[in-house]
Design a protein around this ligand. Structure first.
Ligand SMILES: [Zn+2]
Length: 267
């Protein structure tokens, strides 16, 4: 943060607190006689604010956002190779490089789930017809129905571990998520489903990425996607490409829609 932007930043922090109960831990300010720029930029504060506004928008406003998520502290931290991390009431964004609007929404979705004892992702799993079984996952790998190695994904097209149950968690996703990898589980499914719901055909900061996540399955096997690399896209279409390419036809879209419109009771 440049010193010339410090007043703007201070006002933005106050607004985030007031509108959403979001506290940003400032790592900039007057140090010992010298201005400390920290890792945040003015543009990042704006990006954070816009992404939070998108979430609040689908929830029906700032009051509902606060009721669902219950206050969050956002900080920059060294969190290894991850872009972000979240627990109830705490979102961490990596100090390495910047973050995307998608990452903000994904992490706030985790915070939302965590604030409900991770029950939202359990409800999503059930609603979409999925289940988690490390045992069946192991069986699937033993009889070579897996698109991964026995204990790990392989770093080549068609072997990254994307089929149902072919992941570390033994998560057999139901219906059609927008993608899956070795780290996929019900919690990641919920966060990605929220981001897809918010981005899908709404012309916002998440929309291009949401569209790209679906369109990649129209590629040929072995084709290279500029965002997602090389994979056997055609083979995976049956797991991930929604009916007619319309993500609103998926159970995940419907689940989030039901959730934000209070057609699902959250305990
Ligand atoms: Zn995540």
């Amino acid at each position: 943060m440049e010193q010339s932007d410090s007043q703007y930043a201070q006002a933005k922090l106050a607004q985030l607190k007031m509108d959403y109960q979001v506290d940003v831990l400032a790592d900039w300010g007057d140090g010992e006689g010298a201005w400390q720029t920290g890792t945040w930029s003015k543009a990042e504060l704006d990006k954070l604010d816009s992404a939070i506004a998108l979430i609040a928008g689908i929830m029906g406003g700032g009051d509902k956002f606060v009721r669902h998520i219950g206050g969050v502290t956002v900080r920059k931290a060294d969190i290894g190779s991850h872009g972000g991390e979240a627990l109830a009431h705490r979102v961490s964004l990596s100090t390495k490089g910047t973050f995307s609007s998608w990452t903000v929404v994904h992490e706030f979705a985790h915070a939302w789930d965590a604030n409900h004892g991770w029950k939202l992702s359990r409800q999503l799993e059930k609603y979409t017809g999925g289940f988690t079984s490390p045992f069946l996952s192991l069986m699937k790998r033993m009889v070579r129905l897996s698109d991964s190695g026995f204990l790990n994904p392989e770093q080549k097209p068609g072997r990254f571990g994307r089929r149902p149950g072919c992941n570390r968690a033994g998560y057999f996703y139901g219906d059609r998520p927008s993608g899956s990898n070795w780290s996929f589980n019900r919690v990641e499914d919920f966060a990605e489903s929220v981001a897809m719901y918010i981005g899908w055909e709404r012309g916002n900061d998440l929309s291009n990425w949401a569209e790209a996540r679906i369109k990649r399955y129209l590629l040929e096997n072995g084709a290279s996607d500029k965002n997602f690399g090389v994979d056997n896209w055609t083979d995976y279409a049956k797991y991930f490409y929604p009916d007619g390419g319309d993500y609103t036809k998926t159970k995940r879209w419907q689940f989030v829609d039901d959730l934000v419109n209070a057609r699902i009771v959250v305990s």
